[in-house]
Design a protein around this ligand. Structure first.
Ligand SMILES: *[C@@H]1O[C@H](CO)[C@@H](O)[C@H](O)[C@H]1NC(C)=O
Ligand SMILES: *[C@@H]1O[C@H](CO)[C@@H](O)[C@H](O)[C@H]1NC(C)=O
Length: 224
């Protein structure tokens, strides 16, 4: 047991030379295996990243060319004839002309029912259904022209006096709001519904017709 020959073999601390050789062979085998797996995983990784990059570029280009423009709303005319009459509220009437444009090249727009409301000092003074529903082709414009009167317009004599006071000061300012829900259509795919509304501040002069500063103005469009 304590023979000098056996010591190197059974000793808990074998001679260094043996350990080193043993270690070195395994170490190189291991190194080769490791570098192979590293190279393969690096290759897979770079292929994956390249694909991801290409996909990203394609998506970006598609997004650029398909990027939906929100509807463009312009107010062209707005008039309150009879504004010069003291008791004009009895047959008060508001008529307007707005355009709705789909400026997209490849995206169609479905509108559900569209409501138009007129506000005066943030008080709703009238509203009406303007469109039942509409599909708007790309690059097309729809003219919406309508009149609020009678039951669709609630103007009291007191409110009318306020109009007349503003009129005496030079102009009466209203706000025309259009509200609808829209879906975007790209080829055969249709987006979910988005609630939108356009807000058109508009001023009329003493004769009840639109002032040049409000004419053909673009109305901001919001999605909620
Ligand atoms: C604006 O509307 C009023 C009333 O409907 C009309 O008399 C007038 O001609 C219109 N103006 C324009 C520029 O279309
Ligand atoms: C509404 O405005 C558009 C654009 O200015 C015009 O082409 C159209 O004739 C107008 N329609 C009415 C009824 O005033």
């Amino acid at each position: 047991m304590s023979s000098p020959h056996r010591v190197p073999i059974y000793s808990a601390n074998p001679p260094e030379k043996l350990v080193k050789r043993h270690h070195t062979t395994r170490y190189y085998v291991h190194r080769v295996q490791e570098s192979l797996t590293t190279r393969i995983s690096k290759l897979v990784c770079s292929i994956f990243l390249s694909l991801l990059l290409i996909l990203g570029i394609i998506t970006f280009i598609l997004w650029l060319s398909l990027r939906p423009h929100r509807p463009r709303v312009h107010i062209h005319n707005f008039s309150v004839p009879g504004l010069s009459q003291e008791n004009g509220f009895e047959n008060a009437q508001i008529s307007f002309n707005v355009t709705l444009r789909n400026a997209n090249e490849h995206i169609g727009m479905y509108y559900d029912a569209m409501d138009g409301s007129v506000f005066y000092r943030d008080q709703k003074i009238g509203s009406k259904l303007l469109l039942a529903s509409l599909y708007q082709q790309p690059k097309t414009t729809t003219i919406i022209t309508d009149v609020l009167s009678g039951a669709t317009l609630t103007v009291t004599s007191q409110r009318w006096m306020e109009f007349l006071n503003d009129r005496a000061a030079g102009s009466v300012t209203f706000r025309l709001d259009l509200a609808s829900t829209i879906r975007f259509k790209v080829s055969t795919w249709t987006s979910k519904r988005h609630r939108m509304h356009a807000s058109c501040p508009v001023s009329v002069g003493a004769d009840g017709s639109i002032l040049p500063l409000s004419k053909d103005k673009r109305c901001p469009v919001y999605f909620t």
